[in-house]
Write a protein that binds this ligand. Structure first.
Ligand code: MN3
Length: 246
């Protein structure tokens, strides 16, 4: 992906496909205007930094780095948000997602309530985000202010909920709790599982074992391996180097 080459991904369903939970008008404005603006902002920031490097003039680098973080994170989170929803969504998580939710949160109900409350309590504009943290080898719930604040480095989002007012105001006005309750009816759990499987193949080395000049890897297991006793197909065993993604 060259700098400035980002494009708005099309919605994976019709604009009216998530009704009655999210209206056609709401979805159209959110995708075609808001998400498009983040893609444009990301491209602009990247090209501005290309220009600063060419001129060796970094006088505006603080501004463009902030634009890069904000718009890049906005583009990524919205792209995940669309695929995390489906007209045939809702219901309960199964298989690998269910196993890992229960392993870390105790129960699907406890997870759902923590996630809903975390999203509800985001001050102003932000997100509820379920992440896989390769460092710890488990799921975690984070929130984001705007798109990029309050995150934890190295995490990989697998389920995201946009709680900016632009995501729900036309349908729910200021009733964020009603929007969150409705949103569970369109959650695309198979997409969450697909993302979790891909995320579990990732490695984000925090320590220097195995790096050039630092000696061999310790024999301790690397986070991100299969959940003992979990259902579903076994994950590929993590090893040195970058594992192939399923
Ligand atoms: Mn949004």
């Amino acid at each position: 992906m060259p700098p400035g080459g980002h494009r708005l991904p099309p919605l994976p369903y019709a604009y009216n496909a998530l009704e009655p939970y999210i209206s056609e008008t709401q979805l159209r404005i959110h995708h075609d205007r808001h998400h498009a603006a983040y893609v444009e902002g990301l491209n602009t920031a990247e090209l501005a930094l290309v220009d600063e490097r060419a001129r060796m003039d970094f006088s505006l680098v603080r501004y463009w780095e902030r634009e890069l973080a904000f718009n890049g994170s906005g583009h990524i989170l919205h792209s995940i948000y669309w695929t995390n929803m489906s007209p045939s969504g809702g219901g309960e998580p199964t298989g690998l997602v269910r196993d890992h939710i229960i392993a870390h949160f105790g129960s699907v109900q406890a997870f759902r309530e923590q996630f809903s409350r975390a999203a509800l309590d985001v001050e102003g504009s932000g997100w509820g985000v379920l992440v896989w943290q390769p460092q710890w080898g488990r799921l975690e719930i984070l929130t984001a202010w705007r798109h990029e604040d309050l995150t934890q480095w190295g995490t990989i989002p697998v389920l995201v909920l946009d709680v900016w007012e632009h995501a729900y105001y036309l349908d729910y006005q200021n009733r964020r709790a009603d929007y969150i309750r409705a949103w569970w009816n369109v959650v695309n759990w198979p997409d969450v599982e697909r993302r979790l499987r891909l995320a579990m193949g990732a490695q984000v080395p925090m320590q220097c074992h195995g790096a050039p000049g630092h000696g061999p890897m310790p024999s301790a297991p690397i986070p991100g391996g299969p959940l003992p006793g979990g259902s579903g197909p076994a994950e590929p065993a993590p090893g040195p180097g970058i594992p192939g993604l399923a």
